[in-house]
Design a protein around this ligand. Sequence first.
Ligand code: TXA
Ligand code: MG
Length: 342
Amino acid sequence: ETKVTSVDNFMDNKNNYKQAVDILRDGDVVAFPTETVYGLGALATNEQAVQKIFKAKGRPSDNPLIVHIGTIEDVQKYASGITEDAEKLMTAFWPGPLTIVLHKTPGVIAPNVTPGVETVGIRMPDHPVALGLLRALGGPLAAPSANRSGKPSPTEAAHVHADLNGFIPLILDGGQTGVGVESTVLDMTVTPPAILRPGGVTREMIENVIGPVQMESKVVDDQAPRAPGMKYMHYAPSAPLFVIAPDEHEIRKAVAALQNEGEKVAVIGPDEFDIPDADWYFASGPLHDNEKMAANLYRALRQCDLTDANSILAVETDMTGVGAAVMNRLTKAADGKRYINK
Ligand code: TXA
Ligand code: MG
């Protein structure tokens, strides 16, 4: 059985961190909240411990993990050849939802954290519990999202529990995460720097600090993926999901058409929409509020998974701000499918 411990800002959490630190130093894994999603952490210098992450998640072990650090200065221990631009980004966005891919210092981080690459993705999370844990541990945490492989990333401790109960010893429950989608992954070892995964720190925010970057969120099949994780199906609910335009009339028509074919339909859409015939409606926040949509998206996808819907319609948003990350995740969950009425 997995233990769940509440950690909040109004009590003395030393004991909770000690519990977690003891487990981590002992070579096991702990789930903890970050500002993006919950992570499943292991001491990044302990190969056996890191192996337990892959095992608990059921994740292929050729996909590199992000290394989380508790202070900016620690980046020097794990990466080398850090450019002035990379430093500017750390100053501007750390702690925060930006993972920076750098040249790794050989022999420090366990080899299974960064399989097959000479680089390491590092970030300093902006969450009091993540930072409290990292500082109490005094070491780096390798941590992917704390979901079973193929499930949406967890934004609540209950999601972690639903996926990993019995597979891990401890979950630190710090409530709902804030951003709700994973960090931006930016490769600073190529010119121009490449966004491998859009997230909470937007392209515009990055370009304001270091100038032009390239987008590389699509991987061509015959090419070695730069973010190996991109070749795996992620974020997919069990029923087929279709992205649909933000038009109430069109959505009602789509629901009717699908139901005519005998489908049960779940809709993920803005608070304001009224789709009376939908079998389920999961509100993702006010229309055009991309931050709320990011915060609510994964919970909504999980809610769909708990229904017996056989089609899901998810209302798209625009690409401004974190909207680019939201649409990136939705497009993946949909495997590129859109619903268009005949
Ligand atoms: O917000 C987040 O980033 C969350 C929280 C827990 O911090 N973590 C997370 O980790 O989403 P994960 O393992 O689910 O996603 C890491 C992504 C993958 O797409 C992986 O391929 C890429 O980052 N990545 C990590 N290290 C890399 C490296 N050295 N080179 C290229 N891509 C890397
Ligand atoms: Mg993940």
